[in-house]
Write a protein that binds this ligand. Structure first.
Ligand code: SF4
Length: 446
């Protein structure tokens, strides 16, 4: 979601004129960091990076520095005292105001106003309709994939999560505008879209009616499915709450929906889920997984799990392992619980806190279990021919290309970049290392 919001801000600068993007920090006149608050480590990284970049001001006194996004939203004014060279703090409902703020700040700096040193802008209020402002894209040459923001905010208030405080309540974009954005992307050559929201299956539940037994989210999926040129549709993330049969059935009816779902489990213990304020049972979670696997032969299911939530006993942890075994995940992001300021879980008694070394032991143990399950699935791919949407050069090897299978597995393969970027390629898988498949394209005349 942050990537998508950053693209929007970049696009607005380009549209304004007089700005170009640079990958070189030393060359930049404006440096904005879009921040994440979901874990403390992410905030520390952003603060460290901004601290280091401050040295550029000695050589270029006019440089404008800004923090955007979740940390900006939750810490606001306080960031100005933490980072003395900071000029702008813009929250999650203010991305569309960033250009205007930067313009003003740059003008002041270039005019060398007397009070420059102290002049800064903090803009973190709520703004009605802000969810409708994430809608423009910088589409690169032969870009294969794009993110599309369909909603903002979350009404759930899981006890560990800072998101409802940084991104506000749930607000959906109109269906027609989303489909129009997807149509524009398709006309520029994009073949795969990922619909983004905190809980995508709750898209529009308050704004739009159920039609013919279909939730607004499934109606939206149908609308996007009808866009010519779009070959693949993904979404992230759904929530077990409200994951109804109309969404399960959509996977049978809509062939462009990729056979992959990322469904956050968080814990497999009934008691911990309750303490997390996640209102579903482990049995219900497994029931959804079973139904999803029943829709397509090759359905991949991935998840997020937190270990060491306050009060998590050894028995609770074992319950999580049992669900992991039963769900047979294709992959899982496993996190050690990290208290987030202002959330109910951070206020839980000290005696409930799980010691760090216990968290680490559970983290390693669960990783080993998940990696073992994933290995079986990745090995099964060897010798098969898979369909890969080529996204461009591999991040780790510029001589090779990389893309993803419908199940969202990364595949690295050789081939001419000019011809294959943005194309669907059939690749015969030869081996895998960890979570990457390697193979040879089955394309004639390469
Ligand atoms: S569903 Fe829970 S974890 Fe997800 S964003 Fe909302 S509050 Fe956070």
């Amino acid at each position: 979601m942050n990537e998508r919001d950053s693209e929007q801000v970049a696009q607005m600068f380009l549209e304004r004129g007089g700005y170009v993007l640079t990958a070189d920090e030393g060359e930049a006149d404006v440096i904005l960091i879009n921040t994440c608050s979901v874990r403390d480590q992410a905030e520390q990284k952003a603060l460290g990076k901004m601290g280091m970049l401050g040295r550029l001001r000695r050589v270029k006194p006019h440089v404008v520095y800004g923090f955007l996004g979740c940390m900006a939203q939750s810490r606001g004014e306080e960031l100005l005292s933490r980072v003395p060279h900071l000029d702008l703090v813009a929250g999650t409902q203010k991305y569309h105001r960033v250009v205007e703020h930067v313009d003003g700040l740059l003008r002041r700096r270039l005019e060398r106003r007397m009070d420059d040193e102290r002049y800064s802008i903090v803009d973190v209020g709520e703004e009605e309709g802000s969810q409708n402002t994430i809608r423009d894209q910088v589409v690169g040459e032969r870009q294969a994939t794009a993110f599309v923001s369909i909603m903002q905010g979350c009404n759930m208030k899981c006890s560990f999560c800072i998101v409802p405080y940084t991104r506000g309540g749930e607000r959906a974009r109109p269906m027609g505008e989303i489909v129009a954005e997807v149509r524009r992307l398709a006309s520029e050559g994009v073949k795969e879209v990922t619909l983004l929201g905190q809980i995508v299956n709750r898209y529009g539940v308050r704004e739009f009616p159920v039609v013919g037994g279909l939730s607004p989210f499934v109606q939206l999926l149908e609308g996007v499915h009808g866009v010519e040129g779009i070959e693949r549709i993904r979404f992230t993330s759904p929530h077990p709450i409200g994951y109804r049969d109309d969404l399960v059935e959509a996977f049978r009816r809509l062939p462009k929906l990729c056979p992959h779902v990322h469904l956050p489990l968080q814990s497999g213990s009934e008691g911990v889920l309750k303490a997390m304020k996640r209102p579903y049972s482990p049995e219900r979670f497994l029931e959804i997984c079973g139904k999803m696997r029943g829709t397509r032969e090759e359905m991949a299911i991935t998840t997020d799990i937190i270990v060491g939530f306050p009060g998590e006993s050894e028995a609770d942890y074992e319950a999580t392992k049992a669900v992991v075994r039963a769900a047979d995940f294709d992959n899982a992001f496993i996190f050690r619980y990290s208290p987030r300021r202002g959330t109910p879980a951070a206020e839980m008694e000290e005696s409930l806190q799980v010691p760090e070394r216990e968290k680490e032991a559970r983290h390693q143990d669960l990783l080993a279990l998940v990696n073992g399950q994933a290995k079986v699935k990745y090995e099964r791919e060897i010798g098969r021919v898979v369909e890969v949407l080529c996204e461009g050069y591999s991040k780790t090897n510029r001589e090779r290309l990389s893309g993803r299978t419908p199940q969202n597995r990364i595949v690295v393969f050789p081939g001419p970049h000019d011809r294959l970027k943005g194309e669907l390629v059939r690749v015969r898988v030869e081996e895998h290392h960890a979570f990457t498949l390697y193979g040879e394209p089955e394309v004639t005349g390469l």
